[in-house]
Design a protein around this ligand. Sequence first.
Ligand SMILES: [Zn+2]
Length: 254
Amino acid sequence: MGHISWVNSVTFSPDGQILASGSEDNTIKLWRVSDGNLIRTLTEHEWSVSSVTFSPDGQILASGSADNTIKLWRVSDGSLIRTLMGHTGVVHSVSFSPDGQILASGSSDNTIKLWYGSSPRKWRDKESLSEAEIDQLLQDLEQWQAEAKRRVQERKEEIRRMKEERRREEEGRRRKEEEERRRREEERRRMEEQRRLEEEKRRMEEERRRMEEERRRMEELRVQRRAQGLCEDCGQPLSFWDKLLGRTKCPNCR
Ligand SMILES: [Zn+2]
């Protein structure tokens, strides 16, 4: 229940009801003065606690430590409000100004630092931001939101454009393919037509050749019939008179 190493610093709360103690065991203990009982132990420091002090209103306890930090604690529930960093050596001593607006700290880094309560970046809680500071924060936030919105919009637009472009490219490619396909089909049809024409020509040639052959054969037959004294058309024997007059056809074929 008590400290397990040296006690470096003790201080009464302004109303005299609480005693705070900082120790080499890295803890701060709050004691009820009336009966000496331990109220709570604060354990966030990483090294020994050199100095403790209450704010004038008794609501905040400040502690300086060999971990080079100052911590501010809410006395009512023992919660850590914030850690003040900046010293490069052990913080040996901490003290509030009588109006509670400034916290002073002395360190083995040979400096004294003053921490101003009016600045949220120093040590005050967010609840104590001034109206102007809150307005500024809200304004910053709005600007940031607008900027983020603008960027998202830009990106969306860019994506849309890229998609459109890709779609157009795809369309062009498809059209070219279709055209190529049509061209090939046309070529194929033309070749087919040409082949058919050639076939036709060949067949006509064949026909012509056959007719010529037939004609030649008929001519031969006629010569043969004439030599045998037959009608050159039907092959019937010619009469005596027909032969005498030099006719080559019978009366029926003349
Ligand atoms: Zn005849």
